[in-house]
Design a protein around this ligand. Structure first.
Ligand SMILES: Cc1cc2nc3c(=O)[nH]c(=O)nc-3n(C[C@H](O)[C@H](O)[C@H](O)COP(=O)(O)O)c2cc1C
Length: 193
């Protein structure tokens, strides 16, 4: 008989760190060009598939929190390994008094359907309108599309536009797992034909 795997107790924080890795994202917001800024965000989740509702978890102390709270939208920009340094700059520096695009050598561009900018150097740009700004409110019951849970506020929203580079390869997207930056380039089983 096969030997049963040994099981060990994990602390709550160890349990979270044991979960599979997640994307690291460059999130932009700002209702007008002079307010645009960018921050690194790891707390991301898909909250609904029909319709698709995405969410990001942001601490109220972040400059990007104020920008998103004061605007109708934000953008999710997926970096590649080449942008690791920019990801670190945007995840370390506070944007309250500086233009982090410049510091991280990133180029903000006008979004197609939102006031927030997208990042030219990122191969995937997702434009998200906050649920609180959606015309049809029947699809959710969270007040204003924002949830305060512990030390993070979750901003929920729907995709209004997405641009992807033709050669975009999601296995080259940068992931962040318990302090480590990784790539998800190993597929163990493909989709059934
Ligand atoms: C890999 C990584 C992931 C991060 N994820 C989050 C996150 O999910 N939520 C958050 O509020 N801050 C997160 N941060 C921290 C912010 O990016 C950081 O505090 C930043 O300096 C805030 O800048 P701001 O004040 O201009 O918004 C993360 C930082 C790094 C490096």
């Amino acid at each position: 008989m096969a030997k049963e795997p040994e099981r060990i107790d994990l602390e709550q924080s160890e349990a979270i760190a044991a979960l599979p890795h997640a994307p690291v994202l460059l999130v932009c917001s700002g209702d007008k060009e002079e307010n645009w800024n960018v921050t690194t965000i790891g707390m991301f989740n898909v909250f609904s598939l029909f319709p698709i509702v995405l969410g990001i978890g942001v601490k109220t102390s972040r400059n990007i929190y104020r920008l998103i709270a004061d605007s109708e939208d934000f953008t999710i920009n997926v970096p590649t390994a080449e942008l690791l340094q920019a990801v670190e700059v945007c995840g370390r520096e506070a944007g309250a008094r500086k233009n982090k695009f410049k510091e991280a050598k990133l180029t903000p561009e006008k979004g197609k359907r939102v006031s927030s900018p997208i990042i030219k150097e990122c191969p995937l740009n997702i434009e998200v309108r906050k649920l609180s700004s959606a015309k049809k409110k029947s699809i959710y019951s969270v007040h204003e599309g924002e949830m305060d849970i512990g030390d993070h506020t979750w901003f929920l929203g729907q995709i209004v536009h997405t641009d992807a580079w033709k050669e975009y390869d999601r296995t080259k997207a940068l992931l962040y797992w318990d302090g480590e930056y990784r790539l998800a380039d190993k597929c163990l089983k493909g989709k059934e034909e």
